[in-house]
Design a protein around this ligand. Sequence first.
Ligand code: COA
Length: 348
Amino acid sequence: MTETHDAPARIRPSRGADFSRIYGVGGYRPVRVIPNEEVLQWIDSSDEWIRTRSGISERRWAGPEETVSEMSVQAAGKAIAQAGIAPEQIGAVVVSTVSHLKQTPAIATEISHRLGCGTAAAFDISAACAGFGYGLSLADGMVRTGSAEYVLVIGVERLSDLTDTSDRSTAFIFGDGAGAVVVGPAAEPGIGKMVWGSDGAQADVISQTQAWDTAFAKEDAVNGAGDEIKWPALRMEGQTVFRWAVWEMAKVAQQALDAAGISADQLGAFIPHQANMRITDAMIKALKLPASVPVARDIAETGNTSAASIPLAMERMLASGEAKSGDLALVIGFGAGLVYAATVVTLP
Ligand SMILES: CC(C)(COP(=O)(O)OP(=O)(O)OC[C@H]1O[C@@H](n2cnc3c(N)ncnc32)[C@H](O)[C@@H]1OP(=O)(O)O)[C@@H](O)C(=O)NCCC(=O)NCCS
C-alpha cells in the first residue's frame, strides 16, 4: 500500500476590496441646549472664562428619551441614507462609547436590529475620545479582508450621565450626541494608515471617579445616608491632559499626514477631536496648517462629546459647505486611556 502525503490543509485567504472609504456621515444632537449661563448655576465661573479657556458657548444634553440607542439610530439612519445603501448591506456595526451604562449586552446589537441591519456583527468598543478613529480602523480592516462589505461606525455619548455638575474642571466641558459613518469598498484609498496608540502610564489623568462595584459598596456601607457623591463621574487633570494633547498629539497628527503621503496644504479640512479650542489652535500652529484649511470648531456649540465629536464635526462642516465631498481631511482623536488615533480620510 502506498502512503499518500497530502498537502497540509490550508485556510482559504479572505480578501475584500483593495481599499475602503467613508460613504456617508450623519449626526444627532440632543434637543436641549445648555448655555454657559446654565452652567454658572452649578459652578463658580463666568461665561468669559469658559469661552476663553475652552471655546465652549453651549452644549447639548440628552433628555430621557434621547438614549444611547435612540441617538445612534438617528445618526446612523442619516449616514446609511447618504451612503445610498440598504441597511441589510451593513455587515458589521461598531459602536464606540464610554457612557452606555448597561454593560451587557452590547448596545450595538440593539442599534443594529433597530436599523434593520439583519444579522450584522455588532459590538461596542471603549476608546474614549479616540473611539471614532479606533472604530474607523476596524472598519477599514473588515472591508479589506472581506469580513464585511459595509461597516457602520457610530460614536455616541451621554456624558451628562457621568458629569459631576459641582466639579469646576469638568462641568462645562462635556456634551451628549451621536455621529456615524458608513465605510465601504473603494477602488482608491479613502482611509489612510491609522496612527494610533495608548499610554496606560497616564490611565489616571482622565477616568471615572470610582468603579461601579466600589460605588455600590459605599452605598451599602452608608445605607444611602452618606453625603459623598456616590454616582461615579468623570474626573480629569486638566493641565496634564492639555500639555499632553498640545505636545504629543501634534506629532501624531504629523505622522498621520506623513503616512498618508499628504502635506498640510493638500488638506480640505482639519477635524480634530473637539476637546478644547485652545488645543485645536495649538495643533494648527504646530502643524503649520495653512490658514486656507478649514478647521472644525464644533465644540463652541456642542461641547466635548468624546467618541461622537469627530463625526458630528465632520457632518457640520459638510452641511455648512465649509468642506466638500471628496476633500481630504486630517482627523485625530485623543483622550482617556490615554489613547489616540489619527489618519487622513476622503470626505463622503
Ligand atoms: C480644563 C481646563 C479648561 C482648565 O483650564 P486651566 O487653564 O488648565 O485651569 P487651571 O485648572 O489651571 O486653573 C486656572 C485658574 O482658573 C481657575 N478655574 C478653574 N476652573 C474654573 C472654572 N470652571 N471657572 C473659573 N475659574 C476656574 C482655577 O481656580 C485657577 O485659578 P487661580 O489661578 O486663581 O488658582 C484646561 O485644563 C483644559 O482644557 N484641559 C484639557 C481638557 C480636555 O481637553 N479634556 C478632554 C480631553 S479628551
